[in-house]
Design a protein around this ligand. Sequence first.
Ligand SMILES: Cc1cc2nc3c(=O)[nH]c(=O)nc-3n(C[C@H](O)[C@H](O)[C@H](O)COP(=O)(O)OP(=O)(O)OC[C@H]3O[C@@H](n4cnc5c(N)ncnc54)[C@H](O)[C@@H]3O)c2cc1C
Length: 152
Amino acid sequence: MRRKEKEVCSREVMERLLGSAQIIRIAMNDGGEPYVVPMLFGYRAGSIYLHSAREGRKVEVLRKGGLVCFEVEEAGEVQRKDTPCKWTLDYVSVIGWGEPRVIEDHDRMREGLEVIMEHYGGKAPFEFSEASLSKMLVVRIDISEMTCKRSM
Ligand SMILES: Cc1cc2nc3c(=O)[nH]c(=O)nc-3n(C[C@H](O)[C@H](O)[C@H](O)COP(=O)(O)OP(=O)(O)OC[C@H]3O[C@@H](n4cnc5c(N)ncnc54)[C@H](O)[C@@H]3O)c2cc1C
């Protein structure tokens, strides 16, 4: 990282952001072309959980395997300064990498979907019918590395 004073190494800060960010961006290598999609997600114990329809460009790429890169952030206030070049925005962001695994077994999908539902809806018993599960899939990304940067 170029500006060391902005680096935040604490795993706790990263996990807090992964627990509160609303949107994750998943970057993939689609045959040499970069491809990024914003998605909803959940985080538990070193893994990110996504859900998706069964078809589409993203799923085709994820099924092929290979590392993906992800990013989440929380943006705060614009900091107005006396000169334009010093204006900034408060933020904290995490960038990480991991191997995606497509999950199609319904029981394991339910576990992943619960992580996502809890992320947005809190703890509750959630019901996922067989019919709706057969129209979707879950992707688990086991995080191999992540970094964090904060500007406050
Ligand atoms: C806030 C937010 C949350 C989302 N959450 C989820 C989620 O949890 N799960 C999920 O599956 N999808 C989610 N989406 C939609 C997601 O971003 C993709 O559009 C969707 O997953 C389809 O991706 P695909 O590669 O299969 O698209 P395809 O239909 O195969 O894409 C074909 C082309 O359409 C364009 N395209 C696709 N998606 C987008 C996009 N979002 N914006 C602009 N152009 C696009 C690209 O050029 C792409 O090459 C979310 C979108 C937003 C904005």
